[in-house]
Design a protein around this ligand. Structure first.
Ligand code: PMP
Length: 413
């Protein structure tokens, strides 16, 4: 349909850009462009799909096979233990909500206020302990240890952000899991920003569950994953009580399936699941070169922006490995004007706002304040990084080239 395929010059992973110009996409933290392998897998599935788990026809059996193979690939991608479950959901928000639904009665939940709202809000208020925004990895560990030490014994769940969507900082996952285990607490990893950039090994990390989204993993919208321990999932009532989740409905009552089907009521997004699996397989194959590519570009971006007078880079934990996100403010400029100028004058896509992490922004940017986020990914090149740094420097030194007015719809030139 005329969509150009762009090959990332620095890395060689083919990605499909839904644009006709080579705009510099620094919004991978929100949503990523589809990998070519993903677009092809989705298209193949679209061309010949039949109902999943519901038909005896050829297309139905093929689609069911692909759907279940997708589950196996995702299990591989996350390093699942043999008895872990992989449940396809709509996105990370839905995956964490599903886990919240499955918590045993009385479970105490521990979450840092710096979490994305999707990881902060789905838990019942009563029984949730909000830990303050930490100022270092060590501080995060201490906050958790002291909260767990003060909490009564019982079922406990610690919600860990793999990588922060505002700062890109990778959290000390292994250390936090170790503290949780000392107290017999379970853990869930919000992998929305982590999974696209860092190899995951649930078994080695001893993390109980992970949640992530297809659309941040170079796959389309509308599909995500919750993967991990089956015991709490199988003991809970179905998330979506519907067809597919039932083993038997009779006048005497309903028996529910166990395993993924229990929570995947209704016809699943099979194409989305197949697309996620294609993304997982591609990312696994390229992991090492992706890491090197992204960390090289990240250092160049971060040092370039930090060297500009009046640019302030937002940090929470401080000195941490980073998935390739630099969030910043420019003294004297409204962040929404900065992002508009970058889009209009240099074809650069960034995001401004408070990133569904209001408490983090209050603590790290300023109460009620917003910032500009540049998040890189597979389609980012060195030229993109240099273009962004030069554009911000030009803005600081000379102001916008166009004249802007602020209206109800935002800034316009
Ligand atoms: N957690 C984090 C860290 C995120 O960055 C996001 C998306 N911005 C989410 C959760 C929610 O993901 P989704 O909108 O795909 O449900």
């Amino acid at each position: 349909d005329g969509l150009p395929t762009t090959v990332s010059a620095d890395l060689g992973v083919p990605t499909v850009h839904r644009t006709v110009t080579d705009y510099a996409n620094f919004d991978h933290g929100a949503t990523t462009p589809a990998l070519t392998a993903v677009a092809e897998a989705a298209e193949r599935a679209q061309r010949r799909y039949g109902s999943v788990h519901r038909g005896a026809g050829y297309a139905s059996r093929v689609t069911t096979g692909w759907f279940e193979a997708a589950r196996d690939e995702v299990a591989n991608f996350v390093g699942a233990r043999p008895d872990d479950e992989v449940i396809f959901t709509r996105n990370t928000t839905d995956a964490l909500r599903l886990l919240a639904h499955c918590l045993p009665e009385g479970t105490q939940v521990f979450a840092w206020e710096s979490a994305h709202h999707a990881a902060l809000l789905p838990w019942r208020d009563a029984g949730t302990t909000r830990l303050p925004v930490p100022n270092s990895a060590q501080h995060a560990i201490e906050l958790l240890r002291s909260a767990l030490a003060q909490s009564p014994a019982g079922d406990r769940l610690v919600v860990i952000t793999g990588a922060c969507n505002v700062t890109g900082e990778i959290w000390p996952v292994a250390e936090l899991v170790a503290v949780a285990k000392e107290f017999g607490a379970r853990t869930v990893l919000d992998g929305a920003q982590y999974a696209p950039h860092v190899a995951i090994d649930l078994a080695a990390l001893d993390v109980d569950w992970i949640a992530f989204s297809g659309h941040k993993l170079y796959a389309p919208y509308g599909a995500g994953v919750l993967a991990g321990r089956s015991d709490w999932l199988d003991a809970a009532g179905p998330y979506l009580p519907a067809g597919g989740a039932t083993a038997r409905v009779s006048h005497d009552g309903t028996r529910w399936q166990t395993g993924p089907a229990r929570h995947e009521g209704g016809t699943p997004n099979a194409v989305g699941a197949i697309a996620i699996a294609a993304a997982c397989a591609t990312l696994r194959a390229y992991r090492a070169s992706i890491g090197a590519h992204e960390s090289h570009l990240y250092s160049r971006l971060r040092s370039g922006l930090a060297a500009i007078d009046g640019v302030r880079v937002v940090e929470v934990l401080g000195d941490r490995p980073n998935v390739g996100v630099v969030t910043f403010t420019v003294d004297g400029y409204d962040p929404s004007l900065v992002s508009q100028v970058l889009a209009d004058e240099d074809a650069i896509a960034v995001r401004d706002g408070r990133f569904c992490a209001h408490l983090l922004c209050d603590a790290a940017v300023g109460v009620g304040a917003s910032a500009v986020r540049a998040s890189l990914g597979l389609a980012t090149t060195g030229e993109h990084v240099d273009r962004l740094v030069a554009a911000v420097r030009r803005l600081v030194e000379h102001g916008p080239a166009l004249s802007y007015v602020h209206t109800d719809e935002g800034w316009s030139a």
